[in-house]
Design a protein around this ligand. Structure first.
Ligand code: ADP
Ligand code: MG
Ligand code: MG
Ligand code: MG
Length: 402
């Protein structure tokens, strides 16, 4: 049978994809309700639900261009293959922390997966002032397991290099190379910020010490194929509820520097921390949300190092990898580079393309500007002083102080 040519799905044709899967019983096929629910920048997301049993699934399809910009920005469909493949990889070590993949088709650029509509997107939950007790432990566990099992601490060098090839993701990496590590640091037309921030931004553009560090971080991103990264681990890629955490949307997955994912998580919690000063008016509530955010950063890093160390102790066999000091050096380098990457992400989300709604939704203009300036100062500080950080509480103290 000839494979159908790629075509963007719609509410009707999506049924042709799911019918052969026998997910819904055949009697209910006439009761299926389809809705496009995507709120992301790049892809179509359909929810298909049986109106009788309430059973549902998700069909995510990549478009041959970036939805946020339009057809003038073509983007490879191969990212759908990467996404479903990364979800399957992650499920090998942390199946409880990712959506189940029911089916994928690289031809149609489609991933059919578990419906998580009983969860909320973490960014939204945090802006509303909610806290999630499992978050730190779950993200630390996710990051440590996906890192260790994809790294040279665990894999045979042949298998590792095979995976580096499989997760080669040049076009999506280029988006990060440009939007995170380049454009915000120059007067580039993708940048977006109010005129009142111009002098703060020009300070960044003319800071040679800062630019040198950013160039070094960008070089790391380009060259250090250490672990299989999620690649886009901001608070919009995490689904949460009281008793569950799920990491979604790994279409940016590739082999990169180990500190990168945690940095994005920390940076987005930091931006939310700043925005809480405006969003959560009641002082006791604000204090408790902000201390939750800082504790989450601390506990995530603790969980990460403890879990990674335990895996290293139990599952690494190569004698060089087991040499005294190798693990400690890896963790220290990962930590300090994460501080630098986090600084880049904080700056990018404030003045580059694709802001965070945490700061953008601050209603009073002068307060929004005040916290955006704080974000730029904090981001610059983290980038320039990354190697001075020796403990996670030093980081959370700086965030608290900002
Ligand atoms: P994009 O790559 O376009 O950002 P995402 O994978 O982040 O797409 O999904 C966009 C939105 O679609 C999510 O914010 C969420 O609201 C919804 N969504 C995605 N996956 C699921 C899922 N498994 N269950 C329920 N909703 C989902
Ligand atoms: Mg997304
Ligand atoms: Mg995405
Ligand atoms: Mg605004």
């Amino acid at each position: 049978k000839v494979k159908p040519a790629y075509e963007p799905l719609n509410e009707l044709t999506v049924l042709d994809v799911i019918k052969p899967l026998n997910f819904f019983n055949s009697a209910s096929l006439n009761n299926l309700v389809v809705q496009e629910i995507g709120d992301g920048n790049l892809n179509l997301v359909f929810r298909v639900q049986d109106s009788d049993s309430q059973k549902a699934l998700i069909v995510k399809q990549a478009l041959p261009y970036a939805k946020v910009v339009g057809e003038s920005w073509p983007l490879t469909l191969d990212r759908a293959r990467i996404e479903s493949d990364a979800l399957l990889q992650e499920a090998e070590s942390v199946p409880h922390l990712v959506p189940k993949v029911y089916y994928s088709d690289s031809h149609l650029a489609v991933t059919v997966m578990e419906d998580l509509s009983d969860h909320v997107i973490l960014r939204k939950g945090l802006i509303e002032g909610n806290t999630y007790p499992l978050l730190a432990k779950d993200i630390g566990t996710f990051a440590a397991n996906t890192a260790f099992y994809s790294s040279d601490f665990y894999l045979h060098p042949f298998d590792k290099k095979e995976k580096v090839k499989r997760f080669s993701n040049p076009e999506l990496c280029k988006i990060t190379e440009d939007l995170v590590f380049t454009d915000p640091f120059f007067d580039h037309d993708t940048n977006e910020f109010p005129a009142e921030l111009k002098s703060s931004v020009e300070k960044i553009w003319s800071d040679q010490e800062l630019l040198r560090e950013v160039a070094q971080l960008r070089f790391s991103f380009l060259t250090r194929a250490e672990i299989l990264l999620h690649g886009d681990l901001h608070t919009g890629s995490i689904f949460v509820k009281e008793d569950s955490t799920k990491v979604i949307d790994p279409e940016f997955a590739f082999y990169g520097p180990a500190g990168f994912d945690l940095a994005h998580f920390f940076a987005n919690l930091t931006l939310n921390h700043l925005s809480q000063n405006a969003h959560t008016k009641e002082p006791f509530h604000r204090e408790s949300v902000q201390s939750f955010l800082l504790q989450t950063i601390e506990k995530t890093w603790e969980t990460y190092t403890n879990t990674f160390t335990e895996l290293w102790r139990e599952k690494s066999s190569d004698p060089f990898v087991k040499t005294e000091g190798v693990l400690e050096n890896f963790l220290q380098h990962t930590f300090q580079e994460a501080i630098g990457f986090a600084g880049c992400e904080v700056i990018r989300r404030t003045i580059g393309l694709a802001h965070v709604v945490d700061l953008d939704s601050i209603e009073q203009k002068d307060i929004e500007l005040f916290y955006k300036k704080k974000a730029l100062e904090l981001g610059s500080y983290l980038i320039k002083n990354q190697r001075k950080f020796t403990s996670i509480t030093q980081l959370t103290n700086w965030i608290r102080g900002a």
